[in-house]
Design a protein around this ligand. Structure first.
Ligand SMILES: C[S@@+](CC[C@H](N)C(=O)[O-])C[C@H]1O[C@@H](n2cnc3c(N)ncnc32)[C@H](O)[C@@H]1O
Length: 256
């Protein structure tokens, strides 16, 4: 279950890569636009503003996220798993921000999604590239300790199964499929404020599926121990709590 309120806590930081991605889109007039893993769709809505004539669709599997999205106008919303979803018509812009990585082995999905892009159309996405950051490693370390591994079992969609490729690897996937690729990475230095800022951040994403598998009492204990380790790894400094966050971007235009 996604919690839109918790996820939105760091909205400015989470929105910035979406705008950095869309700033690199070509000057074109897409008629069919889809945002995969649109969440609350407030970003998707900016695509509808940019191309008012386009049919803009948001796809997400979470009923909670889509309930928020339904408050916005001019969007077509589809509740679906994007690893199986197929559009009715080829898309001029197929976009995804911070969502593809939730499908284990998502690189295998890339050619299938790319095939849904119309000639001259664009496949643009951003995925986190921070899976070896202390926030992820500490979570993996804690959950593999005997106290927790017997309750949590092997990670299915948990952080250990999350990963992403380097920019060149995405380019090498898409170029042979007839795309001209612009791929890059950015490490944002988020300076977070308040106590347990990194814990609060991770509560909205990678920690969520782990806690969902524990009883409320165990979840509170797990979170307290994880929070303790995060405070050591990410100390508060004079500028706040520094939380470097690497992200990988791809803007690929179909030329063939
Ligand atoms: C980290 S949020 C990003 C939301 C939005 N794109 C943003 O950047 O604010 C990831 C979203 O992807 C959705 N999601 C994850 N896996 C999905 C799947 N297989 N099919 C559809 N939606 C999925 C989740 O429900 C969630 O809303």
């Amino acid at each position: 279950m996604w919690n839109p309120d918790v996820y939105r806590q760091f909205q400015a930081e989470r929105d910035r890569p979406f705008f950095d991605l869309t700033a690199q889109l070509p000057d074109f007039q897409p008629a069919f636009v889809t945002d995969l893993g649109c969440g609350t769709a407030h970003q998707t809505a900016t695509l509808a503003e940019r191309w008012p004539e386009a049919q803009v669709t948001g796809v997400d599997s979470s009923a909670e996220m889509l309930a928020q999205a339904a408050k916005l106008r001019n969007l077509r919303l589809v509740q679906a798993d994007f690893s199986r979803w197929l559009p009715d018509t080829p898309q001029d812009l197929l976009l995804s921000n911070a969502a593809l990585q939730w499908v284990p082995g998502h690189p295998a999905l890339v050619p299938r999604l790319a095939a849904q892009v119309a000639p001259g159309g664009v496949f643009a996405f951003q995925v986190p590239g921070n899976f070896t950051a202390p926030s992820h490693l500490l979570l993996a370390e804690l959950r593999s300790e005997p106290r927790w591994s017997k309750l949590l079992g092997a990670p299915e969609r948990g952080p250990q199964s999350l990963s992403s490729l380097d920019p060149l690897e995405y380019a090498d996937l898409l170029t042979p499929l007839g795309f001209r690729v612009d791929a890059w990475e950015t490490t944002y230095l988020h300076l977070l404020h308040g106590p347990d800022a990194v814990l609060n951040w991770v509560r909205g994403t990678a920690l969520r599926p782990v806690l969902a598998r524990l009883s409320p009492g165990d979840a509170a204990e797990f979170e307290a121990e994880y929070g303790l380790r995060l405070r050591v790894a990410y100390p508060q400094g004079p500028s706040g709590t520094a939380f470097p966050f690497r992200r990988v971007f791809v803007v690929a235009r179909r030329t063939a």
